[in-house]
Design a protein around this ligand. Structure first.
Ligand SMILES: Cc1cc2nc3c(=O)[nH]c(=O)nc-3n(C[C@H](O)[C@H](O)[C@H](O)COP(=O)(O)O)c2cc1C
Length: 179
């Protein structure tokens, strides 16, 4: 997950994914940690949260390669304008972008941002590049945005994102109605 005001919705999303059941490993950018704590995601995902590529571990394989190799699916939600630019240009400056480059599993991206950031030609161009490479976009939705504007840029409902993940995993995980 990345640095967006919609980060709090990722907590509900992780809960839904875990109950599917999916094994969920959360990777947070530095900006994401300004919005919500890693501890929340550690508890909800029942796994350590990856924050840095340089943490000491008992494993010989770097955590970002281990996760990239094991993943059935990589979901970025919420996805900032910045991460779209980084992914489009193949950057690898933190664990999330490193995993995105090393991972061959399907990539699902749920953007969330101000409407003008979303409609900016740079963001639209980056989105087109990522779609061309096979990334699947979930939203964004339109409506009232946290920044006070109305338009496209809202993170899709966590239920909708979880349903797309389930679909992409061959309906292996079924989203509970009451979740
Ligand atoms: C209060 C606040 C809310 C923000 N919300 C968003 C957002 O919804 N989408 C977005 O793309 N950037 C948003 N930003 C800006 C990003 O956090 C910033 O571009 C950051 O560098 C993104 O880094 P990351 O992609 O590494 O997480 C917000 C910034 C602040 C201060």
């Amino acid at each position: 997950m990345t640095g967006s005001i919609a980060a709090y919705k990722a907590a509900e999303l992780v809960g839904l994914l875990v109950r599917m059941p999916c094994e969920v490993h959360v990777i947070m950018t530095r900006s994401a940690q300004q919005f919500i704590t890693p501890l929340t995601f550690q508890c909800l995902s029942r796994n350590p949260v990856l924050l840095s590529s340089f943490s000491e571990t008992s494993e010989w394989k770097p955590a970002h390669i281990e996760l990239a190799d094991r993943a059935d699916l990589l979901l970025i939600a919420p996805a900032s304008a910045n991460i779209l630019a980084e992914l489009a240009h193949g950057m690898a400056s933190h664990p999330l972008t490193e995993i995105a480059l090393a991972c061959r599993a399907p990539l699902l991206i749920a953007p969330a941002m101000n409407g003008k950031m979303w409609s900016h030609p740079a963001t639209q161009h980056n989105t087109a590049i990522l779609k061309e490479r096979g990334a699947e976009f979930i939203g964004p939705d339109s409506g009232m945005l946290a920044c006070g504007y109305e338009g496209a840029g809202r993170l899709c409902d966590p239920q909708v994102i979880a349903a797309r993940v389930s679909e992409r995993l061959g309906n292996r995980g079924i989203v509970p109605e009451s979740a």
